[in-house]
Design a protein around this ligand. Structure first.
Ligand SMILES: [Zn+2]
Length: 457
């Protein structure tokens, strides 16, 4: 029996997490559409589910984490055409860039990263099943649509009813659809587009069918935990349920998890507002050694179901807090021992994380523990801090390297020169070196006994 509770979007309640096979957990997360670099909001979603996968493992579950790659899509085709390159070339280069970004954020690689273009046969099999069951139909233009009115549970995840949804639809432009809410399972090939041959003619899969097919192929159903950003609730996840349960995979997913948005200066991020940042643009402004973990710290210290606000100041504040943890771990060498969950702070940390991943409370516990390390200089306390941090993907860089950061100056040579100047009682020179380093963002700390340590501001 799992101690973990998770807020399930389907029931709008926190529920005990009970995987369908005891001791195992299948996690499916809707991955990137690889047509451009990810933005900071995408980074939040993928960091959230990295935290989730890590915590499921920490509580002892044997996790299979699947995060798909959408490598065929309108946006990919359009962008590749703009650049005059084959869609596969664009998709490959953006998938590689995505993996680099994930590594900077210290995201663990998922166990499987299925690519949509490798699962077209499975998607076609699912479409055929839906057609047999009267839930899919071929339109005169060659597209195949899902017939929303024939699936009784439609709207149960997003709590929308069909009449309200229809009222919100403009007059159907696509006359090929029987109902404006019907969505494409298979899109017939237009000239010059990549396509696959099928009994429905040449074409390519719709976006929603990808995840239904890949989740079933990689994890089987029911999927224990299925996640994505909150804007995927409708229509993407609603449509996944309709396709999978319509084809007989009922229930498709036991627990649905959705991560909240990240706002920029309290506004929704959008290209038209000019407040749109890729993760790379933000990392470029940060120290190369510390930047990724700083962004990760900023993203995880808010609860995943609360919107968080990005400003340069909030990011800097997260960075300074992280420096405080590394400073404590440089002062007191951590003992290397497994986590003692009976330690009162470890127990509180675990209770918080097992209560729907309550990272704000878990972070507060880490702060208390840091205070204890600073006060008692206890190697055991430092060891516990480092080990609890590891469950969230923090504090694993060598503290000295982290505090020094990616400085290009030969700081050690400057420190040696300053020491020699002091020994020669040339205090003017020693002071000038200190100021020169300070101007370059390097802070010197003279320790008793004549040693000098340093860190980057
Ligand atoms: Zn999906």
């Amino acid at each position: 029996m799992s101690e973990l509770t998770i807020y399930n979007t389907l029931t709008r309640a926190k529920e005990r997490f009970v995987p369908h096979v005891a001791g195992k957990a299948g996690l499916y997360v809707c991955g990137p559409t690889v047509y451009d670099y990810i933005h900071i909001g995408n980074a939040r979603t993928f960091t959230t589910f990295d935290m989730v996968a890590r915590w499921l493992r920490t509580v002892g579950l044997d996790v299979t984490y699947v995060r798909n790659v959408t490598d065929i899509d309108d946006k990919i085709i359009d962008r590749a055409n703009e650049r005059g390159i084959p869609f596969r070339e664009l998709a490959e280069s953006m998938a590689a860039a995505f993996n680099e970004d994930c590594a900077r954020l210290k995201l663990l690689a998922p166990d499987r990263e299925p690519r949509a273009t490798k699962y077209v046969d499975a998607m076609l099999g699912l479409i055929e099943t839906l057609e047999t069951k009267g839930l899919a139909y071929r339109a005169p233009n060659g597209d195949v649509y899902f017939s929303v009115r024939d699936f009784p549970g439609y709207g149960k995840l997003s709590r929308r009813n069909l009449d309200d949804l229809r009222a919100g639809e403009r007059v159907a432009v696509e006359t090929a659809k029987k109902d404006p809410l019907d969505f494409a399972l298979w899109k017939s090939a237009k000239p010059g587009e990549p396509s696959w041959s099928s009994k429905y003619g040449d074409g390519r899969p719709g976006w929603h069918i990808e995840c239904s097919a890949m989740a079933a192929a990689e994890l089987g159903t029911p999927v224990d935990l299925h996640g994505g950003a909150v804007d995927l609730t409708f229509p993407h996840h609603e449509n996944e349920i309709a396709q999978s349960e319509g084809a007989g995979h009922t229930p498709f997913t036991r627990c649905w998890m959705h991560g909240a948005f990240l706002n920029m200066d309290s506004e929704k991020m959008s290209k038209s507002l000019g407040n749109f940042f890729t993760l790379r643009e933000i990392l470029a402004k940060l120290d190369p050694v510390r930047g990724g973990e700083t962004v990760r710290f900023f993203l995880l210290r808010g609860h995943y179901r609360s919107e968080i606000n990005y400003t340069w100041e909030t990011l800097e504040d997260a960075g300074n807090t992280l420096l405080g943890f590394y400073t404590a771990l440089r002062e007191v060498a951590p003992a290397n021992a497994p986590i003692d969950w009976s330690h009162p702070l470890a127990a509180r940390f675990r209770a918080a994380m097992s209560d729907d991943f309550d990272t704000p409370v878990a972070f507060a516990v880490l702060h208390e523990l840091r205070g204890e390390v600073n006060r008692t200089k206890s190697a055991e306390a430092a060891g516990l801090l480092k080990a609890l941090g590891a469950t969230l993907g923090f504090f694993q860089t060598d503290p000295d390297a982290f505090l020094k950061g990616g400085v290009e100056l030969d700081v050690e040579a400057k420190i040696a020169e300053r020491k020699a100047a002091k020994a020669a009682k040339d205090f003017g020179r020693a002071d000038a070196i200190r100021k020169e380093l300070e101007a370059a963002g390097v802070i010197l700390e003279d320790k008793p006994g004549g040693n000098t340590e340093w860190r980057r501001r």
